[in-house]
Design a binder for this molecule. Sequence first.
Ligand code: DAH
Length: 339
Amino acid sequence: MIERIKQLLDEVEQLHAASPEEVEALRIKYLSKKGEISQLMDDFRTVPAEMKKELGKRINELKSRATERINELKAGVAVLDTVADDVDLTRTPYPISLGTRHPLTIVKNEIVDIFSRLGFTLAEGPEVEDDWHVYSSMNFADDHPARDMQDTFFVEAHPDIILRSHTSSVQARVMERQQPPIRVICPGRVYRNEAVSARAHCFFHQVEGLYVDKNVSFKDLKQVLLLFAQEMFGSDTKIRLRPSFFPFTEPSAEMDVSCTICGGKGCSMCKGSGWLEILGCGMVDPAVLEANGIDSTVYSGYAFGMGIERIANLKYQVKDLRMFSENDVRFLEEFTAAN
Ligand code: DAH
């Protein structure tokens, strides 16, 4: 009999049920008048007197454990029951709103992608830089106004450590560790000590390009920039180069593209001129090559730099620069289709 009790106890521990009907069937099997435990009680009458105490205790334990277990199962299927009645488990719990790529990331990726197809590889440099990489190696005179506190953020207690004010510093980073041929495209954030307004910000983004090799000429620069403009703004886009000045290029130019709104006829976007300025460029000044360990009698190069916000403004007509850094979802969601 003791074996039978043990076996039933094991069975009771393993019980499971998926519906109220199954629980009821188990209750009948174990706990009803004709159930397993009642039968044990009947047999109990015939056991010798000296075993009654021990066996009686065990049968009572079995009975209370079986009752407990059946009640647990009842509670379990009751929960299942409510779930099945009231909840559609296949339904999405709440509308999932997908994030969007930031418009500046979209434009940056597009620029990098165009230049990658032309053989440029990605290069990056630090945002916290030293004076050498941002200014001195880029041929800025000691008294150049860009070094001024009005333009440059200094890292406190380190007059030499600054937040880079342009991505041209990455040119120096690349040249100092690599000999030509060099063909890199360098996107990144830059900082300038400007009052924040709709038209200026204390940080923005640029993409720098650099190509250094034997026999690189201005016509290579012009060709690559024309290709870029047509990929970026459409195949009808025209470019024009106006003479300019940068310390790190000689000769230097600024490039305009035909207006992306009126196509060159003149409108409010291009202030009637038909042209929009988008970047600075030029032939790398031999002094810059030499400062960065490249022999300027053997190699020549071109460089260009553009503001990503500027390009994004032309593509999407964003009127206020601050929109790019406020993370207002209503603004960001406008770019879902461009992702
Ligand atoms: N560094 C310039 C700026 O921040 C942009 C620039 C102009 C970069 C001409 C160049 C370049 O590489 O050749 O305004």
